[in-house]
Design a protein around this ligand. Sequence first.
Ligand code: TYM
Length: 393
Amino acid sequence: MPEEDDFTVTPYAVEGDIDYDRLLDRFGADALTEGQIAAFPDPVHPLVERSVFYAERDVEPFLDAVSEGSTHSIVTGRGPSGPLHIGHVVPLYFAKHLQDQTGALVYIPFSDDEKSFLKDVSIETISDRSRENLLDLLAIGFDPDRTRIVVDTADADVIYPLAVAFAREITQSTVDATYGDPENVGLSFYPAVQATHLLLPQLVRGRHPTLVPIGIDQDPHVRVCRDVAAKQRYDVDKPGALLSKFLPSLGGPGKMSSSDEAPSILLSDDRETVFEKIRTHAYSGGQSSVEAHRKQGGDPAVDVSYQLLYYFFEGNNERMEQLASEYRNGSLLSGELKDIAAEKIADFLDEHQQRRQQLGPLEDELQQYRLTQLERETARNRAGYPDNSLTQQ
Ligand code: TYM
């Protein structure tokens, strides 16, 4: 009998000790190759170089477009169910980095509808959280001329007709097989909405390579969307994907998530809170006494403070090697490593929070990132709505 996987990864649940290689077999995605890594624009972002983004679907058309200087876009988004933690912003900061390097168009959808189907939270609460999350998104500093932010319920004039068109292509049995039995009809329909997000840059700008950098939990949505694109009823290419491992939970391996027992580190945490959370909760790969640690050393591979630095917060490879070797040989203690990680994360958050404080009122700031009237009409036309359709108001 084949061995049963003892972990779950879907857009709606991540549980157990994830075997990332086995997950690729299960999902049918490919590990990123050395050649593909080297084809990313120079300098290659540490998230790619260190295989945090470790897998892909059709990444090459995107990389070719980057090197030819032709149109290419990135889509990555957020379901505003609560405050943002540092794991949520990994794909967003990565998208910002690529946009700075290549001039990529970046589309950022907010699935406030999805989260109201999923969580036991009122629509009012989700709406408040959307506003808070949007301010954090704006603080990242995307280029307004090349970036579009859409909120499902606020941009329903464009999202809804497109999702209706794509929903016709997705059978209920595909949804059941991909996500498990949906809890309500909203979740049955939602894959058509996320398919809309992933195809939106092409509907607005015409056919071109799109890359979707996301945590691997979101890959099922990519698969459904690629099936819709493959039906060739719309003039779009299948979007490519770049899939990441999860920034670990403070409590040990597994995904940092708001529903963890150990607290997650929030974008709004001040320095003191970051130090307190890491000192108290970060799982350590060190020994139980200083004496034993000095003798036997620690294991960076399971140490969450080390992993947080490696995954995202310390970009310097020599520094990472130095920390790993000092930790292994026992000269660097767990408490010291925790403080190094806390310092780096707190610095990152300080800068983020300062940019957020400098923003004006949300509506004013958001305006420059919203789809123009022409972009809305173009997208609806490309999805088959004629010029005389009542959607073209
Ligand atoms: P959401 O809001 O659950 O998560 C936002 C993004 O953060 C990633 N993520 C993580 N990455 C690394 N480490 C972690 N610990 C971690 N936790 C979460 C998620 O994989 C995701 O990429 N349905 C989406 C929102 C969405 C979207 C999209 C995303 C709507 N349309 C189009 C990408 C493209 C969601 O609920 O993500």
